[in-house]
Unconditional design. Structure first.
Length: 100
């Protein structure tokens, strides 16, 4: 096996890991939106866990939009953060695979 083949495999693996991590982060944000829209019990352990995790990955956008309706605020703010995470992930994966 040549060095070039090994580098391409490594870049492919690194790209896959980056895609999985970025997608998981975006899915946590989307899950937080869904739980909010469906009026999940805010005292439930899963709801608390997802909300805390989403707060860690919202890129500081939890107050980007300030509509009067709290559900709309969560949908807009966390939705924008999820879209940005998807975009960042796509760019990082493309760069990593090109370098490989």
């Amino acid at each position: 096996m040549s060095v070039g083949t090994t580098a391409r495999r490594g870049a492919g693996l690194l790209g896959t890991v980056a895609r999985v991590i970025g997608t998981a982060i975006a899915l946590v944000l989307v899950l937080h939106i869904v739980l909010t829209l469906l009026d999940a019990n805010p005292a439930n352990g899963l709801t608390i866990f997802v909300a805390n995790l989403a707060a860690q990955f919202n890129l500081g956008l939890d107050d980007l939009f300030l509509p009067d309706e709290p559900k709309l605020a969560v949908t807009l703010n966390y939705g924008v953060a999820a879209a940005i995470w998807f975009a960042i992930t796509a760019v990082v994966v493309r760069i990593v695979r090109r370098l490989g």
